[in-house]
Design a protein around this ligand. Structure first.
Ligand code: PGA
Length: 252
């Protein structure tokens, strides 16, 4: 049985003071969820990672990005040893905003995923098609490429530590979520690709999240789908009341 997983991606939102305010209003949330078989996490800015680790009461704490090199002349970048020293064990890789605004490719994602796994961390690898690709019926082609290229060289033994987030680009921050049926079709397809790479048993253990305009009002039906294990949530994770509602729905 895969545990449900809900991760809030704060993107470039919340100062440290605002992050603390959120935590004050989220007391007991992670332990409540964990005791009901649901893992809850937040990916804050780098500057708030330590706050979430100290005051998150067991929340999973994820970075939003990392560099694949251990150190070097890469101004502005953060390395995996830096994250590990802080106690961060999870990291988002290949979010569509990073692919679109910061030239991330399947190849750079692959380097990061391999480095994260080698460091003992858990990558949350984001995949998903654009609106034009969806309209042209190319969703599976895109997902096949992103999964095969992004996960090239990953060992079956490490695969259980992976989390995949299916985030159709046309659903991110648009208010236009993919229907649970569309999400399940794509996520079921991703699981079949994972089975080709790692075998059916390993693939059955990998958690796959849906992301794209998830809100308290639309979250429930996704969780009823057999391959969807939770959500990566942007906008609705910024409001502590909304985030608490999402956790309560996942717990139900
Ligand atoms: P959204 O973002 O929930 O605001 O659509 C999701 C994401 O980018 O992970």
């Amino acid at each position: 049985m895969r545990r449900k997983l809900l991760i809030g991606n704060w993107k470039m939102n919340k100062t440290r003071r605002e992050a603390l305010g959120f935590l004050e209003r989220s007391r007991g949330l992670a332990s409540f969820a964990a005791s009901h078989g649901v893992d809850v996490g937040i990916a804050p800015s780098y500057l708030s990672l330590d706050l979430l680790l100290a005051a998150g009461e067991g929340m999973i704490v994820a970075a939003q990005n990392c560099h694949f090199r251990k150190s070097g002349a890469f101004t502005g970048e953060i390395s995996i040893p830096m994250l590990l020293e802080l106690g961060v064990k999870w990291c988002i890789v290949g979010h569509s905003e990073r692919r679109a605004c910061f030239n991330e490719t399947d190849g750079s994602c692959n380097l990061k995923i391999l480095a994260l796994l080698a460091g003992g961390m858990a990558p949350i690898y984001c995949v998903g098609e654009s609106e034009a690709e969806f309209d042209a019926g190319k969703t599976e082609e895109v997902l096949r490429r992103e999964i095969r290229e992004g996960l090239k060289g990953v060992k079956a033994d490490d695969a259980a530590r992976l989390v995949i987030a299916y985030e159709p680009i046309w659903a991110i921050g648009t208010g236009k979520s993919a229907s649970p049926e569309i999400a399940e079709r794509s996520i079921g397809f991703i699981r079949s690709l994972l089975a080709e790479l790692f075998g059916a048993d390993a693939a059955a253990k990998i958690r796959i999240l849906y992301g794209g305009s998830v809100k308290p009002g639309n979250f429930r039906p996704y969780l009823l789908e057999k391959d969807i294990d939770g959500a990566l949530v942007g906008g609705a994770s910024l409001d502590p009341a909304d985030f608490r509602k999402l956790v309560e729905i996942a717990v139900e």
